[in-house]
Write a protein that binds this ligand. Structure first.
Ligand code: KG4
Ligand code: ZN
Length: 361
């Protein structure tokens, strides 16, 4: 058993969490998150300096809340895990500095965590009081699709996290977006249609108001079978042109559900096509979808109806909703695996940890 505190400040969520690592499961004892979405909304996207300054004000209260709600005294922690890449470097530095000072003051090991390893680990977490996810019962190879505002990556995962090598993300990557991430495509098209940031949820909800997914035929990039990569950058222009045409005709408002449903269908089609291809090509036993876009109802429906035809042995694995969007529980979870493998810094090396914008290690 190990108790790990996690800290996440890579973008616009400031979060701290305590998890209990067990040989078969990871229990989230607490997860305190402050979302900065309302602060960035007037600007239509994340403003890095506003993010860093707000993390500075919020990170200590989040850590205190996480420890308080878990009922864990800091000296009882086995290690402190912190996201140190990739992300907005000024934002990352706030969490890294908080983690370093705490680990130094308490004489605890410090575990640097890659944000995407955190997302990949989110499927192994369960909140206290919920049924544990028994990770040794999950079948491999597993395809893990990380679909968020910043990333659209397909990873072929051959084994449970205890066995992930340090270059796991690089080794397991089989497909990725060549330009915008899927969440970014939702957010950019939503902005064109006049919805507030972040727009994915608004597109989803407006499409559900009787929108016809076949009303408009928006482009699906890279349809050829030879690649597992995605490209979403052309979609925004196509949607913007159609919206302008409808605006001129005075029918934009009435057609919004159709427009949202067709936009969503183009993104979900592209995701579903490459995910199915990757599952089939690699004879995957299981599929997991993580990151903010895993919340999309159309993607969930398509997977719920289609998983059997893909040859999977169980329905797709989706983390609890709180662990889909950015949070520190997944960072603490990923940190727990690395800690158990012996990959951490001890005092005084703790003070050498840096933050990096790039995902490359
Ligand atoms: O994982 P996340 O919280 O942050 C990043 O690490 O980027 O993902 C946020 C993204 C945003 O782009 C947001 O619009 C999208 O997830 N999102 C959705 C939905 N809910 C959140 N996209 C489509 N449908 C949704 N229901
Ligand atoms: Zn993320």
């Amino acid at each position: 058993m190990s108790l790990i505190l996690g800290i996440e400040t890579s973008c616009d969520e400031c979060s701290a969490a305590v998890v209990r690592y067990q040989p078969d499961s990871i229990e989230v004892l607490s997860c305190a998150t402050f979302s900065q979405i309302a602060l960035h909304r007037p600007y239509g996207g994340v403003v890095p300096e506003i993010a860093s300054r707000n993390h500075l004000e919020t990170v200590n209260p989040m850590i205190e809340r996480a420890l308080g709600e878990a009922g864990i005294r800091p000296d009882k922690l086995d290690a402190i895990a912190v996201t140190n890449r990739p992300g907005l470097v000024g934002a990352l530095l706030v969490g890294v500095s908080a983690g370093k000072s705490m680990a130094y003051a308490l004489g605890k090991p410090l575990v640097p965590v890659h944000h995407l390893e955190g997302h990949a680990t989110s499927i192994y977490l369960h909140s206290s009081g919920r049924a544990p996810v028994l990770r040794n019962d999950l079948p491999y190879p597993m395809l893990v699709a990380i679909v968020s505002g910043g990333h659209t990556n397909l990873h072929l995962v051959p084994a449970p996290p205890e066995l992930w090598p340090l270059d796991f993300l690089k080794r397991s990557l089989v497909g990725r977006s060549r330009d915008d991430a899927a969440g970014e495509a939702f957010d950019k098209t939503a902005k064109v249609l006049g919805f507030p940031y972040p727009g994915g949820r608004w597109i989803d909800e407006t499409a559900a108001q009787g929108g016809n997914p076949a009303a408009f035929d928006f482009p699906r990039a890279l349809p050829q079978k030879a690649t597992l990569d995605f490209s979403f950058s052309g979609l925004k222009t196509a949607v913007a042109l159609k919206a302008e045409e409808l605006r001129k005709a005075g029918t934009l408002e009435a057609r919004l559900p159709d427009l949202c449903a067709s936009t969503q269908e183009a993104i979900v089609d592209a995701l579903y096509a490459k995910i199915s291809l990757a599952v089939r090509e690699n004879r995957c036993q299981a599929l997991a979808i993580v990151g903010g876009v895993a919340a999309n109802s159309r993607l969930r429906d398509r997977l719920a109806n289609g998983w059997k035809s893909l040859g999977l042995v169980r329905p797709p694995i989706l983390p609890e909703m709180t662990y889909c969007t950015d949070n520190a529980a997944m960072i603490a979870g990923a940190g727990a695996f690395r800690f158990r493998q012996g990959h951490f810094l001890r005092v005084p090396e703790t003070l050498t940890l840096n933050a990096f914008a790039s995902p490359e290690i």
